[in-house]
Design a protein around this ligand. Structure first.
Ligand SMILES: Nc1ncnc2c1ncn2[C@@H]1O[C@H](COP(=O)(O)OP(=O)(O)OP(=O)(O)O)[C@@H](O)[C@H]1O
Length: 340
């Protein structure tokens, strides 16, 4: 019944890397390791703090598999039916019989049909599934995945209310991401599920990768991107923050400096204020005035340290050195970097 009538409530994506994806040695290494585990038949789990690039790498790995892609996002509101599918839809039929003037007859009927979840669709058709931040869903909701990953069978409710099984397509691949900082207050990654996947820890990318990402995403030349990355990495290494700054901070500073045509120089007031705004907001949620003042002073110090003190610095000259172009391979330090 479900096979024939299934409506598909799912967005199937073409497997593609995200725009301006940068491939460095670091990215290539993580991708190759993940693809090898997948080829050996194991689901892969990218685990890392916010902004380390887990989702982007998951999308890249999916693009290498070349199968259609569906994405699910963990959510504590999810129930099993969000993962498996369920009866959805409502049709109302109203018959008004006023043949006899004084009688009004109304008839209503409801009709619902089975709608596959994204997981079911991927299991049936052999698509790639990215389950982003899967630990945000309650363990009971995720339990259906245990037999999918181990026995390659998926428990499905039947028309008569019992349980049937769907055989998982041999091309089905699952890629998971999670943020360990969220385990404490939310739901710990279930051990049984974790035991069925290979976890690759993703930490902050190396300097070359951060520079290449900043340049590719903003269009700023690499030498300017390097100065911004140096500021962010020094702040991260210092430990003087509530939340560690990420490559997202680098991208925000670089893009805004470009829009405002501010030279990436310590002497440029606009550039200084962009660094302070972006990094103070990225690294603190609530803070006392005294704390924020200290962080801002430290950011100013880092801008001086990494961008020189040039009081004459005015508008940036964006024409002097190229940023990373699609397909271009360049040397950053002693490493080769390319943008896909
Ligand atoms: N290899 C890469 N090429 C280009 N951009 C990248 C690459 N890796 C990461 N990024 C960029 O870095 C930022 C953070 O990456 P991403 O969103 O994948 O991190 P995340 O670890 O999934 O973060 P969160 O846990 O907060 O969702 C994004 O703007 C993303 O586009």
């Amino acid at each position: 019944m479900q096979e024939e009538n299934a409506e598909v409530l799912a967005t199937v994506l073409e497997p593609r890397s995200l725009p301006n994806f940068v491939e460095t040695d670091y990215v290539r290494d993580v991708t190759e390791r993940a693809l090898a585990y997948i080829a050996a038949g194991f689901p892969v789990h990218f685990r890392g703090t916010s902004g380390t690039g887990k989702t982007t790498i998951a999308m890249h790995v999916a693009s290498k598999l070349g199968r259609p892609l569906v994405i699910m996002h963990g959510d504590e509101e999810h129930s099993t039916s969000d993962l498996v599918g369920g009866q959805h839809g409502y049709r109302k039929k109203k018959v008004v019989d006023n043949f006899i003037h004084s009688v009004l007859k109304t008839e209503e009927s409801m009709n619902s049909s089975w709608i596959d979840s994204r997981l079911t669709l991927a299991c049936k058709k052999g698509f790639t599934l990215i389950y982003d931040e899967f630990t945000r869903s309650r363990p009971e909701a995720n339990n259906v995945l245990l037999s999918v990953l181990q026995e390659k069978m998926m428990g499905m409710p039947t028309a008569r209310g019992g349980e049937g099984y769907l055989k998982v397509h041999p091309d089905f691949v699952a890629i998971f991401t999670s943020n360990p900082e969220e385990y404490a207050g939310v739901y710990r990654s279930q051990d049984a599920l974790r035991d069925r996947m290979v976890t690759i820890d993703i930490s902050y990318p190396d300097k070359e990768t951060e520079m290449a990402i900043t340049s590719a995403k903003s269009g700023l030349p690499l030498h300017d991107s390097e100065k911004i990355v140096n500021i962010v990495r020094s702040l991260r290494d210092s430990g003087k923050y509530e939340f560690a700054p990420t490559v997202r901070g680098c991208i925000m500073i670089a893009k805004t400096a470009k829009v405002r045509k501010a030279a990436v120089e310590a002497g440029n007031k606009i550039f200084r204020s962009i660094c302070t705004d972006v990094l103070a907001s990225e690294t603190s949620r609530v803070g006392s005035d005294a704390n924020i003042k200290k962080v801002k002073e430290f950011i100013a110090e880092l801008v001086d340290r990494h961008c020189g003190s040039n009081p004459e610095a005015g508008e940036m000259n964006t024409d002097t050195k190229p940023s990373l172009k699609v397909g271009q391979r360049i040397a950053v330090g002693d490493k080769a970097v390319s943008m896909l």
